[in-house]
Design a protein around this ligand. Structure first.
Ligand code: NIG
Ligand code: FE
Length: 500
């Protein structure tokens, strides 16, 4: 049993629920002064004031010690005492040997960098720090990691529900062309853009894509992201798409950040299919979807003028749905194509970008329960007007925020800048913004029942901020305030991992 207790937080702050919050409900956060959280085996088992949570922990320990005792007696009776003893001894040993390092997944590259800081303690001596009554017992095989969050703020781990973080090569030349006036679509028409990344991704080995992806995920963790959605879409053939998917599967296995995978075969029309986008869609239905089925959870499409039409998108998405995929769309990013309306009609989990989405399509999304995933870092990078997130919330939609990390339109995974743009320019309150990067972002990848809030039964994915209250997230703008990151009850980022 691995147990983690975070206590004495100046504020513990979380949205609540197992579904997205719509409209003005997004502003409703639970704020617990002097907050605490208990995680057992990676799952949250108590949230409340420090006093409450300690009381619950004591109760559990005494319950467990009673059942342990009973167990022992029955083991003796059935003459299995020797096996109990040896397992007891080995448990006892591991409890003595426990250090902060043992909380990291084995093989994680940061494990060597860790050392126990003064606000961390773990082992049986925590009975004193927990202020237990003298007759309380900490079960001997039950090591507790305790984090003193005095002066700090505790939030759910951030969820990034829209990225293209696995790719080969870079496109800094295009970025500079754009600064001089070229548009994203001009560059695409000139054979650059997504096609350029496709060539580099084709040329890159699986190992290279893995190594770069791993580094990007380390940065995400530094910024408090504990779950990320990642898309394929830089393969012009099924083999390259398969390679991208395999890299994400390995990264999901090896890195503490969870990866939710999306198949985006319909990201650009490859040069060899120029003028035949309809046939390319047929190829994806015949070869791409079966390759990705059961591996990628979502199917996405870039519905845009000069890329894939509404009709082509619908054909692909309907086929994907039949093959078991949940749906997402890049909708109404550059031209008002009606993608948001299609997402609502097909029951997509989210429609993303939405810079140019029409009112009636947004209302259809609201009525269909489709999450509006807005990506302000992309609008910032392209110097486009931001999506109308304030309007969406005022009209009852559930809004999520994502970074859209990719090598072209948005080479940034900066959660701090995204929060600054959402609050300063898109006019979301900080409370709405927090819901948009936690519970609603989890809903945008169909995970709101498991992550996105600090509630009993959800995964213990937690960020601790080095600031006295959640409002500092917007006030101390564009700064990374993340102090410690916890994934499924394990400490996976410590302050010194970023700075030393
Ligand atoms: O979400 N709009 C299409 N796809 C990405 C950009 C991908 C790229 O430029 O490499 C986006 O912005
Ligand atoms: Fe995107």
């Amino acid at each position: 049993m691995s147990t983690l207790l975070i206590e004495n937080a100046n504020e513990l702050v979380t949205p609540e629920g197992r579904h997205a919050l719509n409209g003005h409900a997004m502003a409703k956060l639970r704020v617990i002064p002097n907050g605490a959280l208990l995680s057992e085996n990676g799952v949250i088992t108590a949230v409340g004031t420090t006093e409450d949570v300690r009381r619950q922990l004591r109760q559990r320990q005494s319950d467990r010690s009673t059942s342990h005792k009973l167990n022992f007696e029955s083991n003796c009776q059935s003459d299995r005492s020797s096996s109990y003893k040896s397992s007891f001894e080995s448990n006892c040993q591991s409890s003595h040997e426990l250090s902060c390092e043992s909380n990291l997944p084995s093989g994680h590259p940061t494990s060597g960098k860790l050392s126990c800081g003064s606000n961390f303690s773990s082992d049986r001596s925590s009975s004193r720090q927990l202020d237990l009554r003298p007759d309380d017992v900490i079960i001997r095989d039950d090591a507790i990691t305790r984090i003193d969050a005095t002066g700090k703020t505790v939030l759910p781990g951030f969820v990034d529900p829209h990225t293209h973080f696995v790719f080969g090569g870079y496109r800094e030349d295009e970025f500079n062309l754009r600064l001089q006036g070229a548009s994203y679509m001009d560059i695409m028409r000139m054979g650059g853009g997504i096609a350029a990344t496709n060539r580099a991704t084709h040329a890159a080995s699986e190992e290279e894509l893995y190594a770069e992806g791993f580094k990007r995920m380390d940065r995400m963790l530094d910024l408090g992201i504990t779950t990320v959605e990642g898309k394929t879409g830089y393969g012009e053939d099924t083999a390259t798409e398969d390679k991208m998917l395999r890299v994400m599967e390995l990264l999901d296995r090896d890195h503490p950040v969870d990866v939710v995978k999306t198949y985006l075969g319909a990201h650009a029309v490859p040069p060899s299919w120029k003028g035949r986008s309809g046939e390319y869609i047929d190829y994806l239905i015949k070869e791409g979807l079966p390759m990705a089925a059961g591996r990628a959870e979502f199917c996405d499409v870039f519905t845009e003028e000069g890329v894939f039409s509404l009709e082509e998108s619908e054909k692909l998405l309907r086929a994907a749905k039949e093959q078991g995929f949940k749906l997402k769309m890049h909708a109404d990013e550059i031209e008002p194509m009606g993608g948001a309306g299609l997402a609502a009609k097909l029951g997509a989990v989210s429609a993303d970008h939405l810079l140019k989405a029409k009112d009636e399509d947004l209302f259809a999304m609201r009525d269909a329960g489709c999450i509006a995933c807005v990506l302000p870092l992309t609008a910032f990078s392209l110097r486009e007007p931001y999506a109308r997130a304030r309007f969406m919330i005022d009209h009852g939609l559930a809004v999520a925020l994502g970074t859209d990390l990719n090598p072209g339109s948005c080479y940034s995974q900066s959660i701090p800048l995204m929060i600054a743009l959402a609050t300063i320019y898109m006019k979301l309150t900080i409370e709405e913004t927090i819901t948009a990067i936690t519970l609603n972002a989890a809903a945008a990848i169909d995970r709101a029942d498991r992550i996105g809030s600090l509630e009993k039964g959800k995964a213990a994915d937690v960020v601790i901020l080095d600031c006295p209250g959640y409002r500092h997230l917007s006030y101390h703008f564009a700064m990374n305030l993340v102090d410690t990151v916890i994934k499924k009850g394990d400490v996976v980022r410590r302050p010194c991992d970023r700075n030393c």
